[in-house]
Design a protein around this ligand. Structure first.
Ligand SMILES: [Zn+2]
Length: 248
């Protein structure tokens, strides 16, 4: 059983029998995977706070031949994102990041840029306690890195330039539609100005965007649109999306 070493973000954990936990992890060196933390329910000593949701950890794990699940050997906490989750809005946003990472990124595919993105988004949530810009940035870049970011300036159906006109979208949308192409379900709009602002802001770092005094108008509206695009590309309903809509 080879011992592997990697950095990871704990996406979530769940029980396995009476004594063990399974951790869903996004690792820097091995991609997204699941690993057993043997005895984690019985004793807190071995894994300590490393298994709290969204902990950024350094870990050592055993890869087992012909088994999906790896086995956690030991872990060290690098950075905790636990405190910030006492603020319910931030907690919901953090859970959204974890759920989207788990659903959107394929298993065992190394993705250094996505790893750095998720870490940057968590740090921005922790520092700013703002929801809209960090989540927008997260959605924008996950879509872009996955090759799913649509052209925000043209209609996804006829290809005509949207210009100053708003784009329409609805459940299952993969892009924006012009007024002529909009379908009955495409009842939501994204203004051309907001689309352009978000696109421009996301070319720079999230830190720089947050350093600008406050979120530009339309951030929430844009966040909803990008959430819809993400939802189109995952196979299960995103549970945290409903919580976000209620709270944030
Ligand atoms: Zn059109």
């Amino acid at each position: 059983m080879p011992l592997r070493e990697t950095e990871a973000i704990v996406l979530r954990t769940y029980r396995l029998g009476e004594a063990d936990k399974i951790a869903s992890l996004f690792t820097r060196q091995l991609g997204r995977l699941r690993a057993v933390a043997a005895g984690a329910l019985r004793s807190k000593v071995r894994f300590g706070s490393t298994l709290e949701p969204l902990s950024y950890i350094h870990l050592w794990l055993y890869e087992r031949e012909n088994r999906d699940l790896l086995r956690m050997n030991s872990a060290e906490l690098l950075e905790s994102f636990f405190e910030m989750q006492k603020d319910y809005r931030v907690q919901v946003a953090a859970q959204y990041v974890s759920e989207v990472t788990e659903r959107f990124l394929p298993e065992r595919e190394v993705n250094e840029r996505a790893f750095r993105l998720v870490l940057a988004v968590l740090r921005a949530l922790k520092r700013s306690r703002e929801i809209n810009r960090p989540l927008l940035f997260c959605n924008y870049w996950l879509l872009r890195l996955g090759g799913f970011l649509p052209d925000l300036e043209h209609c996804a159906a006829c290809g005509r330039a949207l210009g100053e006109n708003p784009g329409f979208y609805g459940p299952g949308s993969e892009g924006l539609l012009c007024a002529d192409c909009r379908t009955a379900t495409a009842s939501l709009t994204l203004s051309a100005k907001t689309a352009a602002t978000v696109h421009a802001a996301c070319q720079s770092s999230l830190d720089r965007w947050l350093a600008a005094e406050k979120a530009p108008p339309g951030c929430r509206e844009a966040r909803r649109f990008f959430e819809e695009l993400i939802a189109t590309h995952v196979d299960k309903k995103l549970v945290t999306r409903g919580l976000l809509a209620d709270e944030v």
